[in-house]
Write a protein that binds this ligand. Sequence first.
Ligand SMILES: [Zn+2]
Length: 301
Amino acid sequence: MHNCTLGLRVDVDTFTGTRDGVPRLLQILQTHDVHASFFFSVGPDNMGRHLWRLLKPAFLYKMWRSQAASLYGWDILLRGTLWPGPMIGKHLASVIRDTQKAGHEIGLHAWDHHHWQTQLEHMNRAQIQQQIQLGMDQLAAILGQPVQCSAAAGWKCTNETLREKASLGFNYNSDCRGESIFQPVVDGRLVTTQIPVTLPTYDEVIGRDGINDSNYNAYILSLLRPGDLNVLTIHAEVEGISRISLFQQFLSLAKSQKIQLRPLYHLLPDGQTTIPQGKIEQRPIAGREGHVCWQAARNII
Ligand SMILES: [Zn+2]
């Protein structure tokens, strides 16, 4: 495959993902001479609560439980369930700074990932502002420079969050799924450019439609569209820990197919190019509980 660029986004949701997954990802990305965009969660890690919630469906309960334990590990599953979750940015600032030093792009994923993902629709404007501000301040203090971009936890955003983030001067946000770079219109006003994620995540496709670890990488690469926007999200908790050898194989396979892996900012058009306008809507997604934000189809160009 020639002339194909793939934006690589690394979501870091948890304390363990930051502590154990990120350093290993930094190592293998360096080996492959690849730079990516890392989006960090910097407040309390209460993600164990969320992951347990995913295990509740009665069907295949036992199977899901054992799969989740092997995918995430017990310490991630228990985090924030038995005791208050640890503050990620406070304890693991050095990991975030190592990521910066290695030349990767860094943006804000969340203050409290679990809270944003499960409570956003019940938050008022002040609460949304507070979640964003706490995350921005913590991350900027760690980096020693302003935060330039963000990626909403769980692909959850609303008109309110888009408006709030528009006032922060980010270069772009990556808050939704979709097909092409666009500028959302909220209440008649243009807000910050969106770089949507175009590809499914590991947990969304594994175990469905005959996709397993032996054909997963080939499947993802088969979805790339040369000349169009391609963005893949990996998770420090999965591709950086339990599926790290699978991700190493992915990097080798991508290199052999001459696919250029890049941080997301690299995908933005130059200043002269007009970015198409669009809208964001909420829709379900295969392999994931609940709704996520999508670039509205009628605006895809
Ligand atoms: Zn996340």
